[in-house]
Design a protein around this ligand. Structure first.
Ligand code: IDP
Ligand code: MG
Length: 139
């Protein structure tokens, strides 16, 4: 069993897609272990996306992530990290395969509906960033 961190971004909440996206994850056989809705602070958004701070899209990304509430969840399942990434589809919804979450619901970048940890190292950092009780997951 593996755990991964997902975020349903402000565009997902705005478009009433929270239920649909979570339902897709459950239908794939993965389990919602923790779940919460809240708004990021500017500091949290900056820290969470620190790896992108030198990219030209960074300011727009942070502004988008602060534009409304998000949903964070810990998702558990066999190979949950790579499985979630596959279910999400490519970063740019225009390049995401049909049937993937981003391919179905994303409208562009940064508005691509969902974040998912991209590696075990990322999951180990991202899960405790939002969920204190899960700090020891994937160790
Ligand atoms: P990922 O979310 O698929 O891991 P990353 O490259 O880590 O993709 O980028 C983080 C987020 O930044 C993306 O999900 C997307 O919202 C946004 N983003 C990535 N590339 C671009 C871009 O070229 N223009 C605008 N936003 C982008
Ligand atoms: Mg990424």
């Amino acid at each position: 069993m593996e755990s991964t961190l997902i975020l349903l971004k402000p565009d997902a909440v705005e478009a009433n897609l929270v239920g649909k996206v979570l339902s897709r994850i459950e239908a794939d056989g993965m389990r919602i272990k923790q779940l919460k809705m809240f708004s990021l602070t500017e500091e949290e958004a900056a820290t969470f996306y620190a790896e992108h701070q030198d990219k030209e899209f960074y300011d727009g990304l942070v502004e988008f992530m602060l534009s409304g509430p998000i949903v964070a969840a810990v998702i558990e399942g066999l190979n949950a990290i790579s499985r979630m990434r596959k279910l999400m589809g490519a970063t740019d919804p225009r390049e995401a395969a049909p049937g993937t979450i981003r391919g179905e619901y994303g409208t562009g970048t940064p508005k691509n509906i969902i974040h998912g940890s991209d590696s075990p190292e990322s999951a180990r950092r991202e899960i405790p960033f939002f969920f204190e009780q899960e700090a020891k997951l994937n160790e």
